[in-house]
Structure formats: C-alpha cells, structure tokens
Design a protein around this ligand. Structure first.
Ligand code: SF4
Length: 85
C-alpha cells in the first residue's frame, strides 16, 4: 500500500451508515462543511513524479482512493472521466 489519493473531497449522506461519517466529523472540527464537494489539489497525484523522473506511485502499487468522499458520487461526474488521464 502506497498512499491515499483524494481527487475530490466532500460527500452526500445517502444512508444510515453515513450517520457518523468520520469525514463530516473531521470537517466540522476544522469549521468546514463535509457536504461541500470540491476537486482537490491532488487530483493529478497519480501522474506526479519524483525528482529523478520516476512516478511517485509505481505501477502495481495499491493506493486508497477517495477516503474523504465517494468515488461514484453523482456530483463528481464532471471530473470522473478526467481522473484517469
Ligand atoms: S464518505 Fe462514506 S460514510 Fe461519509 S457520507 Fe460519503 S458515503 Fe457516507
């Protein structure tokens, strides 16, 4: 496991399972609103490279994606096609 990649942040509480969402709790502690969904500065993180030109995330490495959102969020539809390029 390499790292965490959050291409967008914020989410919609869809079900009872979202009641105690840790992202909402952490955002509230920072006086932010977890329902505010936005594209992060890390959007292109998988394409970022080290000084020696190698990719920060190597082929085959596992990475946790969307730890502060839902990858399939409807509000993220406009970004999803670009997330792979
Ligand atoms: S991040 Fe997960 S738990 Fe939190 S609101 Fe979204 S789907 Fe629910």
């Amino acid at each position: 496991m390499h790292d965490i990649w959050n291409p967008w942040h914020g989410c919609v509480k869809y079900s009872e399972g979202c009641k105690n969402c840790y992202m909402y709790v952490l955002d509230k502690m920072r006086n932010q609103d977890g329902s505010h969904i936005y594209k992060t500065n890390d959007f292109a993180y998988p394409l970022s490279k080290n000084r020696d030109g190698t990719y920060k995330i190597q082929s085959g490495e596992k990475i946790r994606v969307c730890m502060t959102s839902d990858f399939c969020l409807e509000e993220a539809d406009i970004w999803r096609d670009d997330v792979w390029s």
